[in-house]
Write a protein that binds this ligand. Sequence first.
Ligand SMILES: Cc1cc2nc3c(=O)[nH]c(=O)nc-3n(C[C@H](O)[C@H](O)[C@H](O)COP(=O)(O)O)c2cc1C
Length: 262
Amino acid sequence: MELREVIGRRRSIRFLLPYKPVEPEKIQRMLEAARIASHWGNVQSLRAVVVFRDSATPEALEALMAPIAGFQIRLAPVVIVWFLDTSAVDEQSDRLRELLKVGALGFGEGKHKALEEQLIPVFQSITDKLKEPGLSEVDCGQGIAQATLMAFEQGLGTCCLGTPHTEKIRKNLGLPDTARVLLLQTVGYPAESPDAGGQRPRQPFEKLFHMNAFGTPFPRSKAVVEELKNDQLLQDPAPKPWREAELEYLQKALGIKGHGLL
Ligand SMILES: Cc1cc2nc3c(=O)[nH]c(=O)nc-3n(C[C@H](O)[C@H](O)[C@H](O)COP(=O)(O)O)c2cc1C
């Protein structure tokens, strides 16, 4: 499958087969994809603890349960706890030296001196600022996105979930004090149809993207839209006519109580 189609077909999958375990090799491929994602200064602050429902301690599993994702966590054979380790910023000078060494950064005679005497001191003077929420979260998001596409490519379904229980997760999983819990990602084999009822609604292109200045919509070429429909990046919008029936079926099959929102 071409990258365009992978991007177009990926969905957040909330209904997973609870009885089908996920091979650790498939999770490893997700983590490998996350590891090579781009990060400012090559700092690599994205970390994860992968919790396998079949082998994790009761404390670890209990920390994952959250009121707004109850049934999703219960169904998932695997939950990836993605977190950001701010201590990675302390090693940033070394990451820059590595980049210079491999020819990714700078050129010419004076490059080592410029790195040590100009660039590194600039970063060192704002280390605390760089640990604050912001740029690093963006980088972690890039890693998680790559892992998500890798999961899809291997036939897995995933859903990112926010959690209010970050302190409990830190304690029960033994995360360092420098960790900032980002999100939980459920992983398993989909119980729902692969297109999960169609491509989910998005805001109009012209509202989101601008050209040269805010307020001038980026021109959206109809020809490009047609091309991307052909390539399956843009797909039939949700809902498919049978989606409500599918949801009812899933609710019964998976024993989900109530409205399935929480
Ligand atoms: C950072 C992040 C947090 C999310 N948190 C939740 C959540 O707590 N519960 C949930 O059901 N879906 C959650 N989602 C999934 C979104 O609601 C989902 O992306 C949206 O419904 C669009 O669907 P799609 O991903 O299939 O295109 C989250 C997604 C992201 C990226």
